[in-house]
Design a protein around this ligand. Structure first.
Ligand SMILES: Cc1ncc(COP(=O)(O)O)c(C=O)c1O
Length: 366
């Protein structure tokens, strides 16, 4: 299978490790095993008793029950566990798509959502979010792009990189458009639970639509990207189809990952409390900085961990990011890797955010 280079992953592999100030990150300070045990009141000796077998093939009952608690309308049969959200997305595309199928993908987004369908010879239509709409889809435009020929709509809510959150009432309208055209909706919800304002959890597409497929993960909301645990929540016949594909690429996830993910989700309020302090602190720093920096423009994020910033300089985003990192040690993600030239992505939960943004400002002024 031929597939396009995964631009953000390639960029981060090259530049992230050597960054002094890493604003490419999308994570909220990953937890150590010690911190996780402390926050969740878990005796760390209990880890020694975890049996390192394959375990329950599609995920332990303990883990699936904890995941079920994140939804309003799901049974255990509607859930399967995957190697991160990246494994979840891949399995969904492999299970649903065939050559010639039409896919509408809302961009900017995680590149899997258009490059995997393209690699499967699907007919992919990109719908670009606009800054003037606060990075929220325009429903009239969307209604024109989605037709009965469309098989799958892909969206990411809250959105990476813009930090936009589709309001629940609007999500229901998007689902209605999909329903009228009998279209599956893949909603990548890895930042679900990180709405900065109001209810932290948006509604999940799987809870409101028969053909809604929700993808979740331990990586962002729960600060455990090193576990490599994700999941898919969808109607039972699709989950069975996905599990059929899954047998060829997963068997099971690591027993330790399953164990840690279960205790984290069973104590998710405690992790959320820790994370919301970091999230709001980062948001306030970003907003204060952007309000005072004339050489950038920003629609402030409403959720997730990233913001997409327009810089008012005549330089390509890749050149800017490369030069900035060489001169100051600050790593940003170039918009070009997200099909958004003229912008950079800032991970606002990064360490040393104030210092890094100061350095970015100095650089822009030079
Ligand atoms: C929108 C989105 N989907 C999926 C992933 C992959 O997440 P995971 O670490 O759970 O595989 C990421 C990672 O950055 C992401 O931002």
């Amino acid at each position: 299978m031929r597939i396009a280079p995964f631009k953000i992953e390639e960029w981060m592999n090259k530049y992230e490790a050597s960054a002094k100030y890493d604003l490419t990150t999308t994570c909220i300070k990953p937890l150590s095993v010690n911190e996780l045990c402390k926050i969740t009141d878990t005796n760390s000796n209990s880890i020694m008793d975890v049996a390192l077998g394959y375990g329950d093939i599609t995920g332990s009952l303990k883990l699936k029950n904890a995941i079920k608690g994140l939804y309003t309308n799901q049974k255990l049969e509607n859930i399967t566990i995957t190697h991160g959200a990246i494994g979840a997305n891949q399995l969904i595309f492999m299970s649903l798509l065939e050559k010639g199928d039409e896919v509408v993908s809302i961009v900017p987004t995680y590149q899997q959502h258009y490059s995997i369908p393209e690699s499967l010879d699907a007919n992919v239509k990109l719908y670009f979010l606009k800054e003037e709409n606060n990075w929220i889809p325009d429903l009239d435009e969307l209604a024109k792009i989605i037709t009965p020929n469309t098989k799958l709509l892909c969206l990411n809510n809250p959105n990476n990189p813009t930090g936009a959150v589709i309001p629940d009432y609007m999500l229901k309208k998007i689902v209605k458009i999909a329903q009228d055209n009998n279209v599956w909706v893949l909603s990548d919800e890895v930042y679900r639970g990180l709405n900065l304002f109001g209810e932290p959890y948006s509604i999940s597409v799987a809870d409101i639509y028969q053909k809604g497929i929700s993808v979740g993960s331990m990586s962002k909301t729960y600060s455990l990207p090193g576990l490599r645990v994700g999941w898919i929540c969808a109607r039972e016949d699709l989950i069975n189809e996905i599990n059929h594909q899954r047998q060829y690429n997963t068997i099971s996830i690591s027993a330790l990952d399953d164990y840690f993910a279960s205790i984290a989700l069973e104590n998710r309020e405690k992790i959320s409390e820790r994370n919301f302090n970091i999230l709001h602190n980062g948001y306030n720093i970003l907003k204060t900085w952007a309000e005072n920096e004339e050489l950038v423009e920003c629609i402030y994020p409403q959720g997730g961990t990233t913001a997409l910033i327009r810089y008012l300089k005549d330089i390509s985003s890749k050149e800017l990011c490369k030069d900035l990192q060489e001169k100051t040690g600050v790593a940003l993600l170039p918009g070009e890797t997200l099909e958004m030239e003229g912008y950079v992505r800032v991970g606002f939960c990064a360490d040393n955010l104030i210092k890094a943004l100061e350095k970015f400002s100095e650089y822009l002024r030079d």
